[in-house]
Structures are given as structure tokens and as C-alpha cells.
Design a protein around this ligand. Structure first.
Ligand SMILES: [Zn+2]
Length: 353
């Protein structure tokens, strides 16, 4: 739980992942045969096959994106209020009344200022205002400080992240602002520590810029030339009051979600079978998921192609400020990632290239 909390609290808006990636490097280093960062900012760790199934071991790529959605300072007005541009797909309905952190870089030093995204106060609203969703372009950040003080710390282009931190909500239910995809990063690191008897080389990729259209992982895919790819991201739980019965698929607490298909990838049949058989062998709970879109899409079609899909804990309310998961689903994801490298070679026949 301690690592999950640390990962969930460290800021890392798309394009500003450096600090979070440092933490990932530290966590992966003791378990990696090789560790490097590429020019996009992806962190890549290799654990070589300890029981290779063939002379040149197959390569299995795990990818979890480290970036979280956030904002960039677009303008500082004469009273010190900050206008911002979205980085990634925030739902604007969820933003008013939230606390944010501005990562100021003015004057060559890093200064963190705290702020709020206010909503129009009641005494200034008319009936139409109450029905209207305020678009992101009209929202602003208020630090309560003078324009002078704000300008001394913050400049246009600085990142803004949500301030909400990790919490244990009830029993094994946890909330955080960025479980998409920090629960994936957690599962990636936790599994990497436990992999043994692996018949394939395992590459753990902590990718950048997924939230702005899967921009980070392609360079890592190019370098690794993976045979098999499992991306780790949130699954879509339909067990909420907003979903119709026909939209129900994964449920909180039901195990890791295995993506059969999403908007960008159709899960490879052999890989799906391999993952499900691994779950059954090791008593790991899993569910069948139809998802959004992940890093798997880019790795699947890079170079000569890879057998690809995605797994991950059901995450309620992704792309909002209050994301919710069940600890057991996160652990099931990590367990599947830890066990699969023993069997991964079985899904690619020896005479395939
Ligand atoms: Zn994601």
C-alpha cells in the first residue's frame, strides 16, 4: 500500500513526467539487468530470461503509462488569476471546486503554489448559469495571492496537477486522482520484483504521454521489437448506477480485467488464452473487459508487430477527480504479470517469425 500511495501522490502530467519517472527508476533498478530512459522520457527496465525457451529469447513488453491528465498555464491576468489549457481529456463538469498544484518554474527555480478552481458564486449566477457546464476555457485557478507574487513563481507553460492525494476510503477500497494509470505503474513494479523462471526477456516500460494520444510508447516499442505486449491500464467497471444492465461488464472486486477489445486494439486470441490459463493455474481472479484505448495499440503495430492486449484493475470514474479501485483487483493484476513470463513462450509457435 505504501508504494501505491507514493506513486499515486507524485505529480506527473503528460510531458512533465520527470519527477515520477525518477521514482519508477529507483523502484525498478534493484531488479533490472538493464535500465535506461529514452529520449521521449520512457523508462525501460529489462529482466533477462532465466530459463530461456529458445536461443534468442522472445521479448515480452509490459507497458504502464506514468502520465496523468492535467493542465498547462496559458495566461496570467493582471490580478494574478491563471487561465489554463487542458493536457488530456478531463471532464470539465468534474473540475470546479477542486484544489490544484501549480508547478512554477519562473526565475529558474521550482516553486509549488496551491490553488483552487472556483465556480461562479451563487449571488452572481442567473438561472441559466446553474444549468450550464463551464467550459475549461472559462475556468481559472485562484491562488489568493497578488499578481506580483504569482508572476514571481509561475510562468506561461508551467504544469498544473490536481492536488488530491491517495486515500483508503473503506476497507480495501482506495481513491486517488490518477489511478488511471498509477495502479498500472504499481502493478508493473510489484510484478517486476517477483518475476522468476521467466522463459522470455521481460521489458517493463513506464511510458509517457499516453493520455494525449499514445505518443510515448512507440519509441520504446521500436527499440525493444517485442514479440508480445501486455499494456496495463484501468478496466471499465459497469457496476455503477449510471450504467444500463447491457453495459455491465467488469465489477469492482471481481479481479483483473483482461481486455478482449478496445477502441484501438483487438486482443490477440493466443495471448488472451495464455493470460486466462495463467489466471486459472494460479487462482488469480479475472474478468472479461471491453475497454477504451491503451499503449497496446502502438506496440501491436510497431515494427513486425506483436501479439498484444491490455489488463488492469477496474477503475471507477476514470478521467474524473475521484477514481476508485479495489486493492484485490490491483494485486490480481500484479500477480498475473508476475506469473505470465513463465508461460509466455507457449503462445508463439517455434516456426513463427
Ligand atoms: Zn490510462
Amino acid at each position: 500500500m505504501e508504494l501505491l500511495e507514493k506513486l499515486s501522490n507524485i505529480p506527473g502530467v503528460s510531458g512533465f513526467e520527470h519527477e515520477a519517472q525518477e521514482l519508477v527508476r529507483e523502484e525498478l533498478r534493484p531488479y533490472a539487468d538493464e535500465l535506461w530512459t529514452d529520449r521521449m522520457g520512457n523508462v525501460i527496465a529489462l529482466k533477462k530470461a532465466s530459463k530461456p525457451s529458445r536461443e534468442k529469447p522472445l521479448r515480452l513488453l509490459y507497458s504502464a503509462h506514468i502520465d496523468e491528465i492535467g493542465f498547462m498555464v496559458r495566461h496570467i491576468d493582471e490580478r494574478g488569476f491563471l487561465a489554463f489549457a487542458p493536457i488530456g481529456g478531463f471532464d470539465p463538469r468534474t473540475l470546479p471546486s477542486h484544489r490544484v498544484t501549480i508547478h512554477g518554474t519562473a526565475g529558474g527555480t521550482t516553486t509549488r503554489l496551491e490553488g483552487v478552481i472556483p465556480t461562479k458564486p451563487g449571488w452572481l449566477t442567473d438561472p441559466d448559469d446553474r444549468k450550464r457546464v463551464i467550459p475549461i476555457e472559462e475556468l481559472f485557478v485562484d491562488t489568493g495571492l497578488s499578481a506580483e507574487r504569482v508572476r514571481a513563481a509561475v510562468q506561461v507553460g508551467d504544469a498544473i496537477s490536481l492536488s488530491k492525494t491517495f486515500e483508503i476510503l473503506n476497507d480495501e477500497i482506495v481513491t486517488g486522482r490518477n489511478f488511471d494509470d498509477r495502479i498500472g505503474t504499481y502493478s508493473l513494479i510489484d510484478s517486476f520484483r517477483k518475476i522468476e523462471n521467466n522463459t522470455v526477456d521481460v521489458y517493463a516500460v513506464s511510458s509517457v504521454q499516453e493520455e494525449v494520444g499514445v505518443r510515448g510508447v512507440p519509441t520504446a516499442a521500436h527499440a525493444i521489437e517485442a514479440d508480445i505486449c501486455v499494456a496495463i491500464d484501468g478496466s471499465l467497471p459497469g457496476d455503477i448506477p449510471f450504467a444500463r444492465t447491457t453495459q455491465e461488464q467488469c465489477a469492482l472486486g471481481g479481479g483483473t480485467g483482461i481486455y478482449l477489445m478496445d477502441n484501438r486494439t483487438i486482443g490477440d486470441r493466443d495471448l488472451l488464452r495464455g493470460l486466462m490459463e495463467t489466471c486459472e493455474k494460479h487462482g488469480i481472479p479475472y474478468q472479461r473487459n471491453i475497454g477504451g484505448g491503451t499503449d497496446a495499440s502502438a506496440v501491436q503495430r510497431a515494427g513486425l508487430g506483436a501479439k498484444a492486449t491490455t489488463i488492469g484493475a477496474p477503475t471507477r470514474y476514470m478521467h474524473s477527480t475521484v477514481q476508485m479501485c479495489h486493492v484485490r483487483d490491483i494485486q490480481a493484476t500484479a500477480d498475473l504479470l508476475a506469473c505470465f513470463p513463465r508461460y509466455a513462450h507457449e503462445i508463439i509457435p517455434d516456426d513463427w517469425r
